[in-house]
Design a protein around this ligand. Structure first.
Ligand code: NAG
Ligand code: NAG
Ligand code: NAG
Ligand code: NAG
Ligand code: NAG
Ligand code: NAG
Ligand code: NAG
Ligand code: NAG
Length: 529
């Protein structure tokens, strides 16, 4: 995720640490101590056993007892990656799950690890810091993100840059599998990966660069064309940046409400959601202020505001050629999420500008206002593309060894264009399987577009009622282990407002259709059509 918050870990009953140190089949406290791991360039740092309910990661406690093992692996010329491996006592089902990183990485995604540990699927779970420390991202200011003019040391070490989006998971996976063998006697039968945002890019990197490591890869809201994503951030920050073009929260909410009013009912369900924005004929020009009306009360848009909104829907284009897209824009129905950080530039300031200054131009004074939307696009590609993109569309090696992918995107994600996922899976389908093949016919990549979905789950943009959790792990396990394609739909649950509502997610281009008389808020009332 593009998350800015570091996880908060609380050990609930520290006293029991001393007494509970024995796992079902191995001694956690001395785990791996007698094994020579030098062929992995690795060292075990420490290990700790947690009884059920003993570890609280940002509000979620472990449902099963497990042994946490920290290891470091050296890589590159002088670099180190650190990762945690969680080995359940009894519940292990010969399944391995690695989780990816968010944003500029540098710390372990414990929350995602906890979700997988608690999934009931019996995973041994690994998560790493992607090969550098958060303090290498931003000179120790604590957020794990860049800022204009700040030297980010990891962007000046090519091995660390490649580790971040290309190799983070492959660097820890062979050792993780070996440690699983030490713990349970055998390597895992099945290996899975789940990541979102930067973690979605790491997922595409696994399929492209390391196709043998994982059976199933779940890649959400992927930033795998990172060079273009940052240009999207830069573009957005240049649209609504004057008093005349400024889009206040109330203006953005007004636009979103107008979109929903027009397109909610297209799918036959009144739920304050646009099921498929591509089928929504909303015309933003219809919100233009007429003569005499005033924009002051957020009931219409001035010409300047209109052009800003259109440019943000469109995404960056080549200067002088509005038909040449550099990166697709965001979708109808995502508008309330444009306030902070998309439009007003935070994402540009923490991702685009630091990356241009540190990685592309190697000049902390580089002024992003001078970016040329023609020739400079190639400069960014040439200098950074080979280090941070994973956009190969022929994934035959991965498909041929039986690899499967679930790619998902939130239709109301204000950060990473959901249409990018459609375009990219379309291109993969054509290039890997054959020209003329449709996404629906793709036998190794399934795409899921989440109606009202935000960036990697919960949607802060006036969609507190949209389920924010998705059961992709179960869908992937069933696909790999039972051969069941996830075409019957996937359960989503847990809106942030606390409602019990569940919904069915369908594989693109299908959408969820309510059965006659069915309960709107029960996922089993829907079929995928
Ligand atoms: C360990 O490091 C050496 C030297 O850097 C390298 O050649 C080797 O491939 C590494 N081994 C593994 C398993 O990564
Ligand atoms: C184990 O090592 C990790 C990684 O260096 C560190 O964050 C953690 O605090 C250590 N835990 C213990 C109990 O020493
Ligand atoms: C876990 O920590 C959160 C705060 O991060 C707290 O609100 C919650 O009550 C804790 N849960 C348990 C079971 O202790
Ligand atoms: C290797 O990295 C360490 C820690 O960052 C640093 O102190 C040391 O100087 C580096 N050594 C070389 C040869 O670059
Ligand atoms: C917007 O207007 C305020 C005063 O109303 C002014 O101080 C500010 O500089 C203006 N900002 C821009 C970007 O023009
Ligand atoms: C959008 O609305 C404007 C003004 O109402 C109209 O001039 C224009 O033709 C419409 N565009 C489309 C594509 O319908
Ligand atoms: C906004 O609406 C209020 C109440 O409807 C009205 O009194 C006020 O004049 C309006 N302001 C503008 C700038 O249109
Ligand atoms: C862009 O495409 C439209 C529709 O295909 C076409 O009418 C227009 O002339 C094109 N504009 C440019 C600048 O190529």
């Amino acid at each position: 995720m593009l998350s800015y918050n570091r996880p908060l870990r609380v050990v609930i009953n520290a006293l029991s640490l001393a007494t509970v140190a024995r796992c079902a089949s191995f001694d956690c406290s001395s785990f791996g101590q007698s094994v020579d791991l030098s062929s992995y360039n690795a060292t075990i740092l420490n290990s700790t056993h947690y009884a059920a309910g003993e570890l609280n990661e940002s509000g979620t406690v472990n449902a099963v007892p497990f042994c946490e093992v920290y290891s470091s692996v050296s890589y590159g010329t002088n670099d180190t990656i650190i990762f945690a491996l969680w080995l359940p006592d009894e519940q292990y089902s010969s399944r391995f799950m690695a989780v990816g990183n968010g944003g500029q990485a540098g710390f372990i995604a414990y929350n995602d690890m906890m979700e997988e540990l608690n999934s009931g699927l019996g995973f041994a779970v690994a998560g790493g810091n992607a090969g550098h420390l958060a303090s290498d991202n931003e000179a120790g200011t604590g957020l794990g993100l860049g800022a204009p003019g700040v030297y980010q040391s990891f962007l000046h070490d090519e091995d660390q840059v490649k580790a971040w989006l290309h190799n983070a998971i492959s660097l820890i996976t062979p050792l993780a599998k070996e440690l699983i063998k030490i713990a349970y006697g055998d390597q895992p039968e099945h290996s899975y990966y789940r990541g979102c945002s930067a973690g979605g890019a790491q997922g595409f990197s696994l399929a492209e660069f390391h196709p043998d490591l994982f059976d199933g890869v779940i890649a959400g809201c992927p930033s795998n064309w990172f060079t273009r994503l940052i240009l999207g951030f830069l573009w957005n920050s240049q649209q609504a940046n004057t008093n005349a073009t400024f889009l206040s929260d109330s203006v953005l909410e007004f636009i979103q409400a107008s979109v929903i009013r027009e397109c909610d009912l297209i799918d036959g369900v009144a739920d304050n959601l646009v099921e498929n924005p591509l089928a929504c004929p909303f015309n933003i020009t219809s919100l233009a202020c007429s003569e005499g009306s005033s924009p002051g009360n957020a009931t219409c848009l001035t010409p300047d505001q209109l052009s800003a909104v259109k440019a943000i829907y469109q995404g960056p284009v080549r200067s002088g050629d509005p038909n040449k897209s550099i990166w697709p824009g965001v979708a109808l129905g995502s508008e309330a999420g444009w306030s902070l950080p998309t439009v007003q530039g935070l994402l540009s300031h923490v991702f685009a500008v630091p990356l241009l200054q540190n990685l592309v131009y190697d000049d902390l004074e580089y002024d992003p206002a001078t970016f040329n939307w023609g020739s400079d696009v190639e400069v960014v590609e040439e200098r950074a593309g080979g280090l941070i993109n994973s956009i190969k569309t022929d994934l035959s090696s991965f498909r041929d060894r039986g690899g499967k992918m679930i790619v998902f995107a939130g239709w109301a994600d204000p950060n990473i264009s959901p249409e990018w996922s459609i375009q990219h899976v379309e291109a993969i389908t054509q290039d890997t399987i054959g020209p003329g093949t449709t996404i629906a016919e793709n036998d190794f990549v399934k795409l899921v577009m989440v109606p009202g979905g935000g960036h990697c789950g919960a949607n802060i943009a006036k969609y507190p009622y949209v389920p924010a959790h998705y059961d992709f792990s179960t869908a992937m396990v069933d696909w790999i282990e039972k051969g069941q394609e996830p075409v019957e739909g996937i359960k989503s649950w847990g809106p942030t407002n606390g409602d019990e509502r569940t919904r069915k997610l369908c594989t693109w281009p299908q959408g969820a259709k309510l059965k006659e008389g069915g309960d709107v808020d029960d996922w089993e009332s829907y079929t995928c059509e």
